[in-house]
Design a protein around this ligand. Sequence first.
Ligand code: SF4
Length: 233
Amino acid sequence: MPEIQIGGLVPFTTIDYPGKLAAVLFLRGCPLRCAYCSNRHLLDLGDGEYDPEKVFDFLRARVGKLEAVVFSGGEALMQSDALIEYMRRVKDLGFAIGLHTNGFYPEQLQRASEIVDWVGLDFKTTRENYRALVGNDIAYDRMVACLDTWLKTGHGLEVRTTCDPHFVSKSDLLEIAKILAARGVKNFAVQKYVPHFDDERDATTAADREQFFNDTEYRNKINAMFDTVIWRE
Ligand code: SF4
Protein backbone atom coordinates (compact mmCIF):
# COMPACT_ATOMS: atom_id res chain seq x y z
CA MET A 1 0.00 0.00 0.00
CA PRO A 2 1.32 3.51 -0.80
CA GLU A 3 2.34 5.64 2.15
CA ILE A 4 0.23 8.65 3.01
CA GLN A 5 1.76 11.94 1.78
CA ILE A 6 1.41 14.74 4.33
CA GLY A 7 2.34 18.25 3.23
CA GLY A 8 1.36 20.28 6.29
CA LEU A 9 0.37 20.10 9.93
CA VAL A 10 -1.42 22.51 12.27
CA PRO A 11 -0.82 21.12 15.76
CA PHE A 12 -3.67 22.92 17.53
CA THR A 13 -6.85 24.60 16.34
CA THR A 14 -10.23 25.46 17.81
CA ILE A 15 -11.93 26.35 14.52
CA ASP A 16 -11.49 23.36 12.21
CA TYR A 17 -13.74 20.82 13.96
CA PRO A 18 -16.94 22.12 15.57
CA GLY A 19 -16.66 22.19 19.35
CA LYS A 20 -13.43 20.18 19.56
CA LEU A 21 -9.76 20.94 20.00
CA ALA A 22 -8.07 19.49 16.96
CA ALA A 23 -4.94 19.07 14.90
CA VAL A 24 -5.14 19.40 11.11
CA LEU A 25 -3.14 17.37 8.60
CA PHE A 26 -2.86 18.79 5.08
CA LEU A 27 -2.53 16.02 2.52
CA ARG A 28 -0.87 16.41 -0.82
CA GLY A 29 -2.73 16.18 -4.11
CA CYS A 30 -5.89 17.78 -5.50
CA PRO A 31 -7.79 17.14 -8.75
CA LEU A 32 -9.07 20.72 -8.92
CA ARG A 33 -7.35 24.00 -9.73
CA CYS A 34 -9.46 26.64 -8.04
CA ALA A 35 -8.70 30.19 -9.10
CA TYR A 36 -8.35 31.31 -5.48
CA CYS A 37 -6.44 28.32 -4.12
CA SER A 38 -4.10 29.31 -1.32
CA ASN A 39 -2.57 25.83 -1.02
CA ARG A 40 -0.99 25.57 -4.45
CA HIS A 41 2.13 23.95 -3.03
CA LEU A 42 -0.07 20.93 -2.13
CA LEU A 43 -1.80 20.38 -5.47
CA ASP A 44 0.60 17.84 -6.96
CA LEU A 45 0.63 14.40 -5.40
CA GLY A 46 4.35 14.45 -4.71
CA ASP A 47 6.32 13.28 -1.72
CA GLY A 48 5.02 14.65 1.56
CA GLU A 49 7.34 16.80 3.64
CA TYR A 50 6.25 15.08 6.85
CA ASP A 51 7.16 11.56 7.94
CA PRO A 52 3.78 9.86 8.57
CA GLU A 53 5.15 7.82 11.47
CA LYS A 54 6.57 10.90 13.18
CA VAL A 55 3.20 12.62 12.73
CA PHE A 56 1.52 9.55 14.19
CA ASP A 57 3.86 9.65 17.19
CA PHE A 58 3.03 13.34 17.59
CA LEU A 59 -0.70 12.56 17.58
CA ARG A 60 -0.26 9.69 20.04
CA ALA A 61 1.46 12.13 22.39
CA ARG A 62 -1.61 14.42 22.13
CA VAL A 63 -4.09 11.79 23.34
CA GLY A 64 -6.01 13.37 26.21
CA LYS A 65 -5.01 16.88 25.10
CA LEU A 66 -6.68 17.05 21.67
CA GLU A 67 -10.12 15.65 20.82
CA ALA A 68 -10.09 15.44 17.02
CA VAL A 69 -7.85 15.16 13.99
CA VAL A 70 -8.97 16.81 10.76
CA PHE A 71 -7.72 15.61 7.36
CA SER A 72 -7.55 18.49 4.90
CA GLY A 73 -5.63 19.29 1.75
CA GLY A 74 -5.31 19.50 -1.13
CA GLU A 75 -8.00 16.87 -1.36
CA ALA A 76 -7.39 14.18 1.25
CA LEU A 77 -9.63 11.59 -0.42
CA MET A 78 -7.32 11.57 -3.46
CA GLN A 79 -5.01 9.34 -1.40
CA SER A 80 -7.77 6.74 -1.01
CA ASP A 81 -6.37 3.53 0.56
CA ALA A 82 -3.42 5.25 2.25
CA LEU A 83 -5.75 7.84 3.75
CA ILE A 84 -8.35 5.34 4.97
CA GLU A 85 -5.71 3.16 6.61
CA TYR A 86 -4.07 6.13 8.33
CA MET A 87 -7.41 7.57 9.46
CA ARG A 88 -8.30 4.22 10.98
CA ARG A 89 -5.07 4.18 12.98
CA VAL A 90 -5.68 7.74 14.21
CA LYS A 91 -9.27 6.89 15.13
CA ASP A 92 -8.02 3.90 17.13
CA LEU A 93 -6.09 6.39 19.30
CA GLY A 94 -9.49 7.73 20.36
CA PHE A 95 -9.73 10.89 18.27
CA ALA A 96 -12.82 12.04 16.44
CA ILE A 97 -12.04 12.22 12.74
CA GLY A 98 -12.87 15.24 10.61
CA LEU A 99 -12.51 15.65 6.86
CA HIS A 100 -12.42 18.79 4.74
CA THR A 101 -13.30 17.84 1.19
CA ASN A 102 -14.05 19.44 -2.16
CA GLY A 103 -16.43 16.59 -2.91
CA PHE A 104 -14.65 15.14 -5.93
CA TYR A 105 -14.61 11.51 -4.74
CA PRO A 106 -18.07 10.25 -3.73
CA GLU A 107 -17.05 6.57 -3.70
CA GLN A 108 -14.07 7.28 -1.45
CA LEU A 109 -16.28 9.37 0.82
CA GLN A 110 -18.68 6.45 1.15
CA ARG A 111 -15.77 4.22 2.17
CA ALA A 112 -14.50 6.81 4.63
CA SER A 113 -17.94 7.14 6.24
CA GLU A 114 -17.16 4.16 8.48
CA ILE A 115 -14.38 6.21 10.07
CA VAL A 116 -15.12 9.91 9.59
CA ASP A 117 -17.36 11.61 12.16
CA TRP A 118 -17.71 15.05 10.63
CA VAL A 119 -17.25 16.54 7.15
CA GLY A 120 -16.76 20.11 5.96
CA LEU A 121 -17.83 20.06 2.29
CA ASP A 122 -17.12 22.85 -0.21
CA PHE A 123 -20.10 23.85 -2.36
CA LYS A 124 -18.02 26.32 -4.29
CA THR A 125 -20.53 28.00 -6.55
CA THR A 126 -23.47 27.39 -8.89
CA ARG A 127 -23.35 24.69 -11.55
CA GLU A 128 -22.98 27.42 -14.22
CA ASN A 129 -19.88 28.91 -12.57
CA TYR A 130 -18.23 25.73 -11.31
CA ARG A 131 -16.04 24.98 -14.28
CA ALA A 132 -14.67 28.51 -14.50
CA LEU A 133 -13.75 28.43 -10.82
CA VAL A 134 -12.31 24.93 -10.42
CA GLY A 135 -11.19 24.09 -13.96
CA ASN A 136 -13.12 20.82 -14.15
CA ASP A 137 -16.34 19.82 -15.92
CA ILE A 138 -17.49 17.03 -13.62
CA ALA A 139 -16.68 18.53 -10.24
CA TYR A 140 -20.15 19.97 -9.58
CA ASP A 141 -22.01 16.70 -10.10
CA ARG A 142 -19.48 14.79 -8.01
CA MET A 143 -19.76 17.33 -5.21
CA VAL A 144 -23.56 16.98 -5.18
CA ALA A 145 -23.15 13.18 -5.12
CA CYS A 146 -20.85 13.60 -2.10
CA LEU A 147 -23.39 15.83 -0.42
CA ASP A 148 -26.16 13.27 -0.85
CA THR A 149 -23.86 10.42 0.21
CA TRP A 150 -22.92 12.19 3.40
CA LEU A 151 -26.44 13.35 4.23
CA LYS A 152 -27.52 9.70 4.14
CA THR A 153 -24.98 8.81 6.83
CA GLY A 154 -26.56 11.26 9.29
CA HIS A 155 -23.06 12.19 10.53
CA GLY A 156 -21.94 15.75 11.23
CA LEU A 157 -21.81 18.08 8.23
CA GLU A 158 -21.02 21.69 7.47
CA VAL A 159 -21.34 22.89 3.89
CA ARG A 160 -19.20 25.91 3.04
CA THR A 161 -19.22 28.48 0.28
CA THR A 162 -16.37 30.94 -0.13
CA CYS A 163 -17.77 34.09 -1.68
CA ASP A 164 -15.23 35.07 -4.31
CA PRO A 165 -17.09 37.84 -6.14
CA HIS A 166 -15.55 36.68 -9.44
CA PHE A 167 -17.58 33.46 -9.19
CA VAL A 168 -20.35 33.98 -6.60
CA SER A 169 -22.93 36.77 -6.64
CA LYS A 170 -25.49 37.46 -3.96
CA SER A 171 -28.18 35.78 -6.04
CA ASP A 172 -25.82 32.80 -6.61
CA LEU A 173 -25.35 32.40 -2.87
CA LEU A 174 -29.10 32.54 -2.33
CA GLU A 175 -29.57 29.86 -5.00
CA ILE A 176 -26.94 27.66 -3.30
CA ALA A 177 -28.63 28.13 0.08
CA LYS A 178 -31.99 27.08 -1.39
CA ILE A 179 -30.47 23.95 -2.95
CA LEU A 180 -28.83 22.99 0.35
CA ALA A 181 -31.92 23.64 2.45
CA ALA A 182 -34.06 21.60 0.05
CA ARG A 183 -31.65 18.67 0.40
CA GLY A 184 -31.81 18.81 4.19
CA VAL A 185 -28.50 20.51 5.07
CA LYS A 186 -28.69 22.00 8.58
CA ASN A 187 -25.35 23.78 8.94
CA PHE A 188 -24.07 26.26 6.37
CA ALA A 189 -20.96 28.44 6.48
CA VAL A 190 -20.57 31.53 4.32
CA GLN A 191 -16.89 32.37 4.05
CA LYS A 192 -15.43 35.70 3.09
CA TYR A 193 -13.10 35.69 0.13
CA VAL A 194 -9.59 36.76 1.05
CA PRO A 195 -7.44 37.51 -2.01
CA HIS A 196 -4.12 35.70 -1.74
CA PHE A 197 -2.61 37.00 -4.95
CA ASP A 198 -2.24 40.29 -6.72
CA ASP A 199 -5.03 40.21 -9.27
CA GLU A 200 -4.31 43.32 -11.22
CA ARG A 201 -6.47 42.34 -14.18
CA ASP A 202 -9.70 42.00 -12.28
CA ALA A 203 -9.18 42.98 -8.68
CA THR A 204 -12.04 42.80 -6.21
CA THR A 205 -12.75 45.66 -3.84
CA ALA A 206 -13.47 45.41 -0.12
CA ALA A 207 -17.06 46.37 -0.93
CA ASP A 208 -17.30 43.46 -3.44
CA ARG A 209 -16.10 41.05 -0.80
CA GLU A 210 -18.24 42.42 2.01
CA GLN A 211 -21.53 42.65 0.09
CA PHE A 212 -22.63 39.23 1.41
CA PHE A 213 -21.98 40.18 5.01
CA ASN A 214 -23.27 43.72 5.50
CA ASP A 215 -26.86 43.23 4.28
CA THR A 216 -28.88 42.24 7.34
CA GLU A 217 -32.09 41.43 5.47
CA TYR A 218 -30.18 39.18 3.08
CA ARG A 219 -28.38 37.42 5.92
CA ASN A 220 -31.61 36.84 7.78
CA LYS A 221 -33.16 35.29 4.69
CA ILE A 222 -30.33 32.75 4.55
CA ASN A 223 -30.24 32.28 8.33
CA ALA A 224 -33.90 31.27 8.26
CA MET A 225 -33.15 28.29 5.98
CA PHE A 226 -30.77 26.45 8.35
CA ASP A 227 -30.29 25.47 11.99
CA THR A 228 -26.96 27.31 11.97
CA VAL A 229 -25.25 29.67 9.56
CA ILE A 230 -21.71 30.78 10.30
CA TRP A 231 -20.76 34.04 8.62
CA ARG A 232 -17.02 33.55 8.57
CA GLU A 233 -15.43 36.94 7.96
S1 SF4 B 1 -10.11 22.22 -3.87
FE1 SF4 B 1 -8.96 23.35 -2.32
S2 SF4 B 1 -6.82 22.61 -2.51
FE2 SF4 B 1 -7.92 21.99 -4.36
S3 SF4 B 1 -7.49 23.64 -5.82
FE3 SF4 B 1 -9.46 24.11 -4.83
S4 SF4 B 1 -8.92 25.46 -3.11
FE4 SF4 B 1 -7.00 24.43 -3.78
